[in-house]
Design a protein around this ligand. Structure first.
Ligand SMILES: O=C(O)CCC(=O)C(=O)O
Ligand SMILES: [Fe+2]
Length: 356
């Protein structure tokens, strides 16, 4: 995958922030009209009353009544918001803090060290900025490390930092835990729609499925009202599991045409659906549009893990969700990642392009 225009930044957002630079004009959304379709950049909208789901109650071992109540809550969360805060997921808050700390330590390293893992132009994997597809693309005020973690035999270890020395092992272990949590969630989603328990999970739990990690630093920004941390998008994944920075908010979700700030719950894992789940659920579940705003004083880090079916697997609305009352909304697609990328370059919304 190569593009003529892609380039690495002269200075990373973190360097600019450290040296007190104002964000350059290519970071200023007011210079680009394309980004106003989702509304203006509002840095302190109301908090999103995003549902809190008790994962323990979704397990088959939970009391039947508790399970039914939680499944109904899950279904309502996913049909309205497309996201929820997962609590009681079995991971200690000290464990989650340790994952966040390791990522923070990586970003605190001197640039010369991080530079070893710089992504190559025309490719997303590695340390750096988002790929640049066009001159009309506003830049995001963030630096990130992007890794394709699963399938294991596709890991490109040259992009996996050796410092901090426990980073590789931490990511590996966290991935296993997130993979198991995702299976619980996929099964619960199916049960909440009265479908076979494995009808979603079977698309994601074989040997060659993909899991990508995006470890992000949003440095403080001198002009938060003009600059996005991450511009509005929906995820192309099946589901995304996100660890937020416990010290600072920044993630916003769009609901019914209005932006809401996602509250930070220290021990929660924020879960949002991606486009591929919206397709598989025949549009019943939502893949929410979301974005990240910046903060004048504080840096924010986040850890996002994206699950996807393997590229050759065709996905489409599952049988149980298509009937006369609810005709099929989406075509079947293969390699939605590549399709999504193509649409992005053409300025087309991928989910619209797979509608029948
Ligand atoms: O940093 C966040 O809170 C969200 C990250 C995100 O939306 C993404 O990486 O797709
Ligand atoms: Fe996202």
């Amino acid at each position: 995958m190569t593009t003529g225009r892609d380039s690495l930044p002269m200075k990373t957002a973190q360097q600019m922030a450290m040296e007190g630079d104002e964000p350059p004009s290519k970071y200023n959304i007011n210079n680009y009209t394309t980004y106003t379709k989702f509304g203006s950049l509002e840095t302190s909208p109301p908090f999103a009353p995003v549902p809190i789901i008790d994962i323990g109650c979704l397990l088959s071992s939970a009391k039947q009544d508790d399970q039914q109540t939680e499944l109904a809550k899950l279904r309502s969360a996913l049909t309205t918001w497309g996201c929820f805060q997962a609590v009681n997921h079995g991971l200690q808050v000290s464990y989650l803090d340790n994952v966040r700390q390791v990522i923070k330590q990586f970003f605190e390293l001197p640039l010369e060290e991080k530079r070893k893992y710089f992504r190559e132009t025309g490719s997303v994997e590695g340390y750096g900025n988002d790929m640049i597809y066009s001159e009309n693309q506003v830049q995001d005020w963030c630096d990130r490390l992007f890794l394709r973690i699963l399938p294991e035999n596709q890991r490109k270890m040259r992009f996996w930092p050796e410092i901090p020395s426990n980073l590789r092992e931490t990511i590996d272990e966290f991935t296993k835990k997130m993979k198991s949590l995702s299976v619980v969630i996929f099964e619960a989603m199916a049960k909440s729609l009265e479908l076979e328990e494995n009808c979603f999970s079977k698309q994601f739990t074989e040997e060659r499925d993909v899991l990508q990690g995006r470890f992000i630093l949003y440095p403080p920004c001198a002009t938060p009202d003009q600059v996005f941390g991450l511009k509005a998008h929906s995820d192309r994944s099946g589901i995304t599991l996100l660890l937020q920075d416990p010290g600072v908010e920044g993630l916003q979700v769009l609901n019914d045409g209005k932006w809401y700030m996602v509250p930070v719950i220290h021990d929660a894992i924020f879960v949002n659906l991606g486009d591929q789940m919206q397709i598989m659920s025949n549009g019943i579940f939502k893949s929410p549009v979301h974005r990240v705003v910046t903060n004048r004083e504080k840096a924010r880090i986040s850890v996002a893990m994206f699950t996807e079916p393997e590229a050759d697997k065709e996905i489409g609305p599952v049988d149980g969700l298509v009937d006369e009352k609810r005709p099929r909304v989406y075509k079947a697609v293969k390699d939605y990642a590549a399709f999504n990328h193509e649409c992005f370059q053409k300025g087309v919304v991928a989910l619209d392009a797979v509608k029948l």
